[in-house]
Design a protein around this ligand. Structure first.
Ligand SMILES: NC(=O)c1ccc[n+]([C@@H]2O[C@H](COP(=O)([O-])OP(=O)(O)OC[C@H]3O[C@@H](n4cnc5c(N)ncnc54)[C@H](OP(=O)(O)O)[C@@H]3O)[C@@H](O)[C@H]2O)c1
Length: 263
């Protein structure tokens, strides 16, 4: 298992910084030089996979008992500094970072790149029924363009909420169809999508078969109750479970398993 070095504050260690900047260059320009390194081992294959077209990758940090937050919504922090740094690197690689309504309501996240070098991705929140009132940080801080995906019967094209643009998406049986969400974003040139949670949002993408990769970081704590990680429709036979190819990485005290659903 490859080990990605940790640092107490979860910021890029100086010796990794050059390797990280080279990777960022190489992500957009394959002719720029990139060297073998633990960072390349983790992120290089993702950059290559994304070049084949649109790419959707999700990440969740969960406890040993499969919880991503307490029931009241506290998730800071389930995983350690190395996984937080990893999350910021994933944001820096992505064109857009997407979260569900509850994550914005409960965490009021910034969804920006702060722990490593990189440009903030565009931010997307799924709010089908228009429950958000525009008071949250992503609608006010101007740190990156922000979209609200809402059910088409609740939104008008071109409408704004704070500094965010409201984008109508047709309703489907499963709410807003994750494949349609990917198409809507791809039409805007947003080809690499990083889905950062929470559990309901990631589960809907997984259930729809709309994920290329899923990263689950397992942290050594037991919460014992709380908001679940992945929840899919019930099956009666393990032959119907998902058994994707995986890669494994040590991130400080945590272990990240990356599932590959392509091919
Ligand atoms: N540990 C981690 O890695 C991590 C990461 C992110 C967040 N979190 C935590 O997770 C908690 C929130 O997660 P959560 O699972 O409760 O909720 P969530 O995924 O943040 O939001 C779920 C809501 O988003 C809307 N939604 C998402 N996908 C949709 C789709 N395809 N179609 C229609 N609507 C869709 C729905 O809103 P409606 O209900 O209006 O239909 C749904 O109920 C927070 O406590 C946060 O702190 C943890």
């Amino acid at each position: 298992m490859a080990e990605i070095r940790d640092e107490a504050r979860g910021e890029s260690p100086p010796e990794d910084d050059a390797a990280w900047r080279a990777l960022l260059e190489w992500r957009s320009d394959t002719s720029s030089p990139v060297a073998e390194s633990p960072l390349y081992e983790l992120y290089g294959p993702l950059c290559k996979a994304h070049r084949n077209g649109t790419f959707a990758i999700a990440h969740l940090a969960q406890s040993l008992d499969g919880r991503i937050a307490t029931l009241s919504g506290i998730s800071q922090w389930v995983s350690g500094a190395a996984d937080l740094l990893h999350t910021h690197r994933m944001r820096a690689l992505a064109d857009a970072v997407l979260v569900g309504l509850n994550t914005v309501l409960l965490d009021d996240p910034q969804l920006t790149v702060r722990r490593c070098a990189g440009v903030n991705p565009l931010r997307v929140v799924i709010d089908p029924e228009r429950r958000l009132d525009g008071s949250q940080r992503i609608f006010r801080d101007g740190a990156a363009p922000t979209l609200i995906l809402a059910a088409a019967d609740r939104a008008r094209a071109g409408e704004a909420l704070g500094r965010a643009e409201v984008v109508p998406v047709p309703r489907s049986e499963c709410g807003l169809d994750p494949h349609e969400i990917r198409r809507v974003l791809a039409r805007r040139g947003l080809k690499w999508l990083f889905i950062e949670g929470g559990g309901i949002t990631v589960s809907r993408f997984l259930s729809a078969g709309a994920l290329d990769r899923l990263q689950i970081t397992v942290a050594p704590l037991i919460i014992g109750s709380g908001r679940p990680s992945i929840l899919l429709p019930e099956i009666n036979d393990l032959t119907n479970s998902l058994r994707p190819r995986t890669r494994r990485f040590v991130l400080g005290d945590d272990i990240m398993v990356e599932c590959d659903f392509d091919g």
